[in-house]
Design a protein around this ligand. Structure first.
Ligand code: NDP
Ligand code: MG
Length: 392
């Protein structure tokens, strides 16, 4: 049956991989809406190719020049400017790929959940920030949330369910998320003080947006993923584990009460989890290269070195909390990573900014969206002040 798809963050890395899969299955999906923040040219190009009903530039205001260029293209697609357009984009479709990076993705993702849509969740920050609130809304609205993050998608596949419920079956004892260890796994810790944004973004196995690439280098990405897993699979922190696996072939493992461990393997290509979420409970072709374990040779696993990855420790500090601590962690991380990418702070100062923010902003209840957004704003202000102090 044909479904209409909205892609929030269509001009990004996940957006591009999603369109690649969708294009292979014109009988299953038509594109209802595409959104970008400021990338006008890229959005125009995608709109000419996929002819959505609606296209959104959430970070721009209308200008005569842009409106004229859109009209001249001959497109019938309605072009909307400003963040409210993201809500209109969601309303066009029954299935929503949530692939905006960071907290900016929260409003449209929560809107999609509250409207009972099928939400394919790449934007982990939205769930990390709102945790219990997000999952309660899923229950209340009847929305379907399917994990796109490769590790979480792998866990969900290992559960072996045909229902879309993401809570772990009672017989699950432990889940292990794997992490590549990023580009600095084997570098001396002393040399990390001078690494550049481009070095931090040069991920050995995955091609991703710059924010998640830095998160992978610091392993904050795995920290955010532990929090994501806690909520998605309804598991206590003691049931969650992280292992470094430099080859990025095994994406996660699930251990059952009888001692059986199931793992999901594939080449590191986001089209695998994206296609799984798009077609669930069926499977569809992706064009992904067949996995050749003989040429991979060996699969290695090791425990992460906490001294090398202080950001992972900071996430563990937050993992047991059900209040606003995760939103504070996430906000501080977003500010610190942006400052690092803008070369305002050094790589090792990312963890410093986050730690200082966690120390300074009191944790509170996360019972309402207002409470979460207030904590997010407070944390951003503290983190920005700390960045400014470091630069002074
Ligand atoms: P990219 O940076 O490649 O793309 C981000 C997308 O979001 C772009 O379309 C961008 O538009 C848009 N965007 C950026 N800022 C805003 C904003 N303030 N408001 C609205 N839209 C905005 O990111 P990725 O595709 O790498 O990641 C997207 C999400 O998926 C992240 O949450 C990430 O953690 C998650 N994820 C990504 C994986 C990957 O392999 N890339 C793997 C697992 C999870 P524009 O082009 O105009 O800037
Ligand atoms: Mg991941």
């Amino acid at each position: 049956m044909m479904k209409t798809l909205c892609i929030l963050g269509a001009t990004g890395s996940i957006g591009g991989s999603t369109l690649d899969v969708v294009e292979r299955h014109p009988d299953r999906y038509r594109v209802g809406a595409l959104t970008a923040h400021k990338s006008f040219d890229a959005l125009l190009e995608l709109s000419l190719k996929y002819t959505p009903d609606v296209a959104v530039l959430s970070g721009l205001t209308p200008s005569d020049d842009l409106v004229k260029r859109w009209k001249q293209s001959g497109l019938k697609t309605e072009l909307i400017f400003g963040p409210q357009g993201l809500i209109s984009a969601v309303d066009t479709s029954t299935v929503v790929m949530a692939a905006i990076v960071g907290a900016a993705g929260l409003p449209p993702t929560l809107h999609a959940v509250s409207k009972g849509k099928t939400v394919l969740l790449a934007n982990k920050e939205a769930l990390v920030m709102t945790g219990a609130l997000f999952m309660r809304l899923v229950q209340r609205s009847g929305a379907i949330v399917l994990p796109v993050d490769s590790e979480h998608n792998a866990v969900f596949q290992c559960f072996g369910q045909t229902s879309h419920q993401t809570a772990a079956p009672k017989v699950v004892q432990r889940i292990t998320l794997t992490a590549s260890g990023g580009p600095f796994l084997r570098r001396s810790i002393a040399s990390l003080s001078s690494v550049t944004p481009d070095e931090a973004c040069a991920h050995p196995n995955w091609v991703m947006g710059r924010k998640i690439s830095v998160d992978s280098a610091t392993m904050m990405n795995k920290g955010l993923e532990l929090i994501e897993a806690k909520w998605l699979f309804d598991l206590a922190p003691t049931h969650l584990k992280v292992l470094i696996h430099p080859q990025s072939i095994v994406h996660a493992m699930v251990e059952f009460c009888d001692g059986s461990v199931l793992a999901q393997l594939s080449n590191p290509d986001m089209r695998v989890p994206i296609a799984h979420a798009l077609a669930f409970p069926e499977r569809i072709a992706t064009g992904v290269k067949s996995l050749d374990l003989a040429s991979v040779g060996s699969l290695q696993f090791e425990v992460p070195d906490r001294a090398r990855f202080p950001c992972l420790d900071l996430a563990y500090r937050v993992l047991g909390d059900s209040g606003t601590l995760a939103a504070i962690l996430n906000a501080a991380n977003e500010v610190a990573v942006e400052a690092f990418l803008a070369q305002q702070i050094a790589y090792l100062q990312i963890a410093e900014v986050i730690q200082a923010t966690l120390d300074a902003v009191p944790a509170g209840s996360a019972a309402s969206l207002e409470m979460v957004l207030a904590a997010d704003a407070q944390a951003r202000a503290k983190a920005a002040a700390h960045v400014a102090a470091l630069g002074a």
